[in-house]
Write a protein that binds this ligand. Structure first.
Ligand code: GDP
Ligand code: MG
Length: 703
């Protein structure tokens, strides 16, 4: 079997890379009646004395014998190399000095270097489970033999077929053994050695009968005829060996194993094989070359080779597929860094570009499940901020009493003749100030969004960054601090935008001019009213109409509505709108209280009218300002925060990170990534070698 060693060892390299389960060498199992020589055949194939043999029922539990080829060279090499190789580690761990040793599954880590001890342990273990009185058990004994002289192969020694129960054996012993045997040999990957002793009737061979049950076309059954030396005088196995008694597709091979006497005399395998050869030459000269243990081994060799050959194409395909997979995996990990400074610059630039692209909406990776980047900023401006501003009530937080108090305070000690302008300014400023908070909130939201984009970019767009966690963190830090730096500037600007509005109440604003006119008219009207001593009800109705007009047409219609006092303009409109009732609270004329405390009370018609005038003006002016703010805050945010960050990001990153002193630190790969790349690279290399090995096997060893 040693001819197989180089091939199997080479394949082992392949197995070590792609997993041993990809190609399985067949198991070789022996079947036959009791004492037909099954254990002896296996043993001569292994070339070592290790199995209990003898007359009567000796093998009473299946023995799964795993041969593991070890390279004696490797022990010397292994201290330097660190190639994964289980048996080698095994030897190192166990400190085994001999070149062959065995291990049982049931004795765990115990190492057996003495083969007599191994045989003894098999016997003990057999007795332990099956008892000492011929009982059998289907629980296998697992034994591994490590040796430079064996091939990686699994041999199965099985109890012999028996008909009549003896000792502790149950009544259905025949059935039990049959089932046990069938369990092993029905595996299509099992080569069956059907052992029949030459001194029994070949035609009724139980071994061949049971083998044929599972291997109907005889592709994996090899007949072995033992005990050629024990044939009755005057008989020979000529007919049997020629296949004339029972034809066996893969052939019939006659062998001579050691007799019980030989065993007792500790005759060694080599001597036995030599004697066997001599016997065959003498007894069956014409068939000597096609019989004997050596020939049996060669035949098995050939069967195994064929099996390997049959597996190779698939194995090769599998290896090529795996190699391609690892190649692309390796590609996805990125190349190891050669030129650190250019890699750093490249990564920084890539991040900066991606960041800007995400804002601009031109990023390669565009979310489809939710808004991101620039689109979210747009949403913040126009939906979140816009709607919040629109929901700010121009007169919110302003009670009639507030208005009235402001008016009265503004007139000082004199009873007011007209509605004082000062009170309007005072109150309108108070209202405008309320726009600041949502504006600042808008800055905050955009800032948050810009922060989110950092994450988005490092997650989706620049995956290479994940290889360098330190660089990733540093970039995040730089961008975060850049954003943080821009925040006060932007807030300041937004604050100023509101402050600017507060700084100067422009009553000459073209859109406000109308409202202004209203006030003047109103004053004039008051005077006229006073002169006519008219009841206050009429102007109040007119006011109410004006309010509705404003709702319909905005500030632009104010003039028409409120100028109703001036007969020259807007008469028809007034008529339509005068039906709207004033609020009941304001509808009754009551005496002014001496002390203007903010308690609910009925207002005089005059007060009520003044309030309404002021409120109307506030509303009109407020809407102008709100429109301004709604327009200018997003512009300010874009300019001071978004665009600024966008424009300075690259230079900021380069300025802070592109420093020779930082190179090594920033480009330290995550251990994980470096390790994964190394593993993938190793795997790829091994696969490529495996592919080469397969090519070599095909060329040199098989045909
Ligand atoms: P098993 O029960 O089928 O495993 O048979 P063993 O291998 O235990 O052999 C039974 C007995 O037959 C042992 O004493 C062997 O020494 C003996 N034996 C096996 N093969 C031969 C052979 O070819 N020639 C001789 N003379 N004895 C053999
Ligand atoms: Mg046996």
């Amino acid at each position: 079997m040693e001819a197989l060693i180089p091939v199997i060892n080479k394949l082992q390299d392949v197995f070590n890379t792609v997993g041993a389960d990809i190609i399985q060498l067949p198991q070789i199992a022996v079947v036959g009646t009791q004492s037909s020589g099954k254990s002896s055949v296996l043993e001569s194939l292994v070339g070592r004395d290790l199995l209990p043999r003898g007359t009567g029922i000796v093998t009473r539990r299946p023995l799964i014998l795993q041969l593991v080829n070890v390279d004696p060279e490797d022990r010397r090499k292994s201290s330097e190399e660190n190639e994964p190789n289980s048996w080698k580690n095994e030897r190192l761990y166990k400190g085994v000095d001999g070149e062959e040793w065995g291990k049982f599954l049931h004795t765990k880590n115990k190492v057996y270097t003495d083969f007599d001890e191994i045989r003894q342990e098999i016997e003990n273990e057999t007795e332990r489970i099956s008892g000492n009185n011929k009982g059998i058990s289907d629980e296998p004994i697992h034994l591994k033999i490590f040796s430079p002289h064996v091939v990686n192969l699994t041999l199965v020694d099985l109890p012999g077929i028996t008909k009549v129960p003896v000792g502790d054996q149950p009544k259905d012993i025949e059935l039990q053994i049959r089932e046990l045997i069938l369990k092993y040999i029905s595996n299509p990957n099992c080569i069956i050695l059907a052992v029949t002793a030459a001194n029994t009737d070949m035609a009724t061979s139980e071994a061949l009968k049971v083998a044929r049950e599972v291997d109907t076309d005889g592709r994996r059954t090899l007949a072995v005829v033992t005990k050629l030396d024990l044939m009755d005088a005057g008989t020979d196995a000529m007919d049997v060996l020629m296949g004339r008694v029972i034809p066996v597709k893969l052939g019939l091979i006659g062998v001579v194993n050691r007799s019980q006497l030989d065993i007792n005399n500790k005759k060694c395998v080599a001597d036995s094989i030599r004697d066997e050869y001599a016997f065959l030459q003498k007894k069956y000269p014409s068939l000597a070359n096609r019989n004997g243990t050596k020939y049996l081994a060669r035949t098995l060799n050939r069967l195994l080779m064929h099996h390997i050959r049959d597996c190779l194409p698939e194995l090769k395909t599998r290896i090529n597929v795996l190699a391609a997979q690892y190649q692309s995996l390796l590609g996805s990990y990125g190349e190891p860094v050669d030129d650190k400074s250019s890699t750093l610059l490249q990564l920084i630039t890539k991040f900066a570009t991606e960041y800007c692209n995400t804002i601009e909406g031109t990023a390669k990776y565009i979310e489809t499940t939710e808004l991101c980047g620039g689109a979210r900023i747009c949403y913040i401006f126009h939906e979140t901020f816009g709607r919040t501003l629109e929901s700010v009530d121009p007169l919110g937080g302003l009670t009639t009493i507030d208005v009235l108090t402001a008016i009265r305070n503004a007139t000082g000690p004199r009873p007011a003749l007209f509605v004082p302008e000062v009170s309007f300014e005072l109150l309108v400023k108070r209202q405008v100030k309320r726009l600041e908070e949502p504006s600042l909130r808008c800055v905050e939201l955009v800032h948050e969004e810009m922060q989110r984009i950092i994450q988005h970019c490092s997650n989706y767009s620049t995956q290479e960054l994940l290889r360098f966690p330190k660089l990733h963190d540093a970039i995040v830090e730089v961008v975060t601090s850049l954003l943080r730096k821009r925040l006060p500037v932007t807030n300041e600007m937004v604050h100023n935008l509101v402050a600017i509005e507060l700084a100067y109440i422009n009553t000459k604003h073209p859109d406000f001019a109308d409202a202004c006119g209203v006030m003047n008219n109103n004053i004039e009207e008051q005077r006229r009213n006073r002169m006519r001593e008219l009841p206050s009800a009429v102007p109040r109705d007119k006011m109410a109409g004006g309010a509705q007009g404003e709702q319909e047409g905005g500030t632009g219609t104010w003039r028409g509505m409120l100028k109703k006092g001036e007969e020259s303009q807007g008469e028809d409109r007034n008529k339509q709108q005068s039906s709207v009732p004033a609020s009941p609270q304001r509808g009754h004329a009551v005496n002014l209280l001496d002390v203007p405390v903010p308690v609910a009370r009925k207002l005089s018609a005059r007060e009520q009218r003044d309030c309404e005038v002021i409120e109307r003006l506030i509303k009109s002016y407020f809407l102008i300002v709100r429109k301004n703010i709604q327009d200018s805050v997003p512009k300010a945010v874009m300019h001071f925060l978004v665009n600024h960050v966008k424009d300075s990001l690259q230079s900021e990153l380069v300025g802070q990170l592109y420093k020779p002193a930082l190179l090594d630190d920033l480009l330290t790969e995550s251990e994980d990534m470096a390790q994964r790349r190394n593993e993938a690279a190793d795997m790829l290399k091994a696969l490529q070698r495996a592919s080469q090995v397969i090519a070599e096997i095909r060329e040199t060893h098989l045909w």
